[in-house]
Design a protein around this ligand. Sequence first.
Ligand SMILES: [Zn+2]
Length: 187
Amino acid sequence: MANSPAAVQRQRVRDLRKGLAGVDREDLSEMKFEIIAPGRNKQRIYSMVDGEPRDITEKNLDAVLGKTLPDGSYEFTAKEEDAPPYVRGQVKCAFHAKSPERESGLLAEAGVASTICPAGNLAHGQAKRVHGEHKHSQETKALTAYLDDQKEERRIEREEQALEAQQAIARAALGGAGEKTKAAKPS
Ligand SMILES: [Zn+2]
């Protein structure tokens, strides 16, 4: 699909405004922005996170195009060629209402169940991780920290079990040796 002309124009204005932060007021007054009056037409824009296309009414374009990601970069672009290729999949975001993480009770345990995300068509592979890190960075950090803690607890548990097993073997060996010594004693 061809890029939506109004969306591309709004993006140009957005980027121009950003670039003008360091321009003198005097120069600024001589520059004119020609802006088409916003209408009700839907304009297509693309997520810079996963390339997912969204159709936005013209009057909402400025607000949506102005949204930024946690790293400060823009979340959407009007130019399809600038967005990553969109691969529609069946993977649910961890914070989706019916995600395996939610249904298993993991989100509640980690204290991040209040975040609900509609993304249910992420591609396999890295898409879910990238989506989580960009869209829910705080919750993803909390969830990762919780999982790391659990892993650490399980590791300690396994070490303790291994140590107990070793001690049991040592005791059995000592006991066996004692019996042998006893048995070896002439009566
Ligand atoms: Zn999500």
